[in-house]
Write a protein that binds this ligand. Structure first.
Ligand code: NDP
Ligand code: X2W
Length: 303
């Protein structure tokens, strides 16, 4: 039996992980009672008893938890951090098992794994196979547009939308310094900082990440079919990630994969205009958070 402590289990991501682990054999979840769940000493003592601690906390609290775990020395558990705090940190493995061949094995062996952000999951899934194949140069000027359901903002945004109504649609992070840009750049293989324009809609969960490309600005002037072929080849055999032919009506809504851990990739094109748009669809709470966390937990614990 493998023992797991979810630090932050009452939050949006923590609850999603709990729900998914119920159906995974070989796991025992250890918890703290409500009044002790933010007590550092109680958290450290529980960490000493488990094989894996999963951090579903704001960044500062996640950093504090890592320190508590490290203070345990030889008794420190392995860590999976769902926050943004360690995604580009040295000595942490980025928890996107499909990213490059052999990466699932790297996650399986790691002591410290950083679970990806929901938006970077879609963008890296689309971009990394293309940069690795030489179809997209690392210094290409890339723009990433995205829309998320409001659960992406955690308990506070859920309450704002469900209690107060929330805006129907809103662009945000227009200071162009969203916290996801560093991991997006690093793991997509980009040397030029991409422009990232996220938005949130008045729906609970679901996400689209889209990346427009002028095909004539790419080396070798590829056709859109060359981009899809590279994605198909990269994700062949993946259980969770699939490359899907675009629907003829040219429409795509963000909620179709809700309550699944799947990620769909599409390449839309107008070859006459030499335009393409890469689109990823996922549940921000599924492959964008708790589903990815459980995928990594299974790898780390050999379940
Ligand atoms: N929601 C999403 O789609 C995604 C979220 N993430 C990341 O996962 C992490 C958790 O996010 P999310 O679940 O959305 O956030 P929530 O706000 O829903 O939950 C955070 C939880 O952490 C608890 N908490 C806060 N401070 C402490 C502390 N010092 N000690 C112990 N517990 C604490 C909160 O307690 P209380 O209940 O009292 O508020 C709450 O239960 C964040 O870093 C977020 O960025 C990653 C990918 C996607
Ligand atoms: C709609 C919304 O607010 N979304 C969050 C991202 C959610 C996510 O991926 O979480 P991490 O914070 O762990 O990276 C945001 O833009 O900050």
């Amino acid at each position: 039996m493998a023992t797991i402590f979810i630090d932050g289990e009452a939050g949006t991501t923590g609850l999603g992980i709990r729900e998914r682990l119920v159906s995974v054999p070989g796991v025992v979840l250890k918890s703290l009672s409500g009044d002790r769940r933010k007590d550092p000493a109680a958290r450290r003592d529980l960490m000493a008893e488990v094989d894996l601690v999963v951090l579903c906390l704001p960044d500062d609290a996640a950093k504090e938890s890592v320190k508590l775990a490290c203070d345990l020395g030889d008794r420190a558990p392995r860590i999976l951090d769902a926050s943004t705090a360690h995604r580009v940190a040295p000595n942490w493995v980025y928890g996107f098992p499909e990213m490059v061949p052999g990466h699932a094995e790297a996650v399986a062996k790691a002591r410290q794994v950083a679970n990806p952000g929901c938006y970077p999951t879609g963008a890296i899934a689309l971009l990394r196979p293309l940069t690795d194949a030489g179809l997209l140069p690392p210094d290409h000027p890339v723009t990433v547009n995205a829309v998320s359901g409001y659960s992406g903002g955690g308990k506070a945004m859920i309450e704002a939308h469900e209690r107060d109504g929330g805006p129907a649609f809103e662009l945000y992070a227009l200071g162009l310094a969203h916290k996801h840009v560093p991991e997006l750049m690093k793991y997509a293989g980009l040397k030029r900082r991409p422009i990232f324009v996220p938005s949130v809609g008045h729906f609970r969960q679901g996400m689209l990440v889209s990346i427009p490309l002028h095909l004539d600005t790419l080396p070798g002037r590829p056709r859109a079919a060359d981009l899809s072929a590279a994605l198909v080849e990269h994700y062949a055999g993946s259980d969770l990630v699939s490359v899907v032919a675009p629907e003829a009506d040219g429409k795509l809504e963000p909620e179709a994969l809700n309550d699944t851990d799947r990620l769909e990739l599409r390449v839309y094109a107008n070859e006459v205009a030499r335009h393409a748009v890469l689109v990823a669809r996922l549940d921000n709470l599924g492959k964008g958070a708790s589903g990815a966390a459980v995928q990594n937990i299974r790898l780390m614990l050999g379940l």
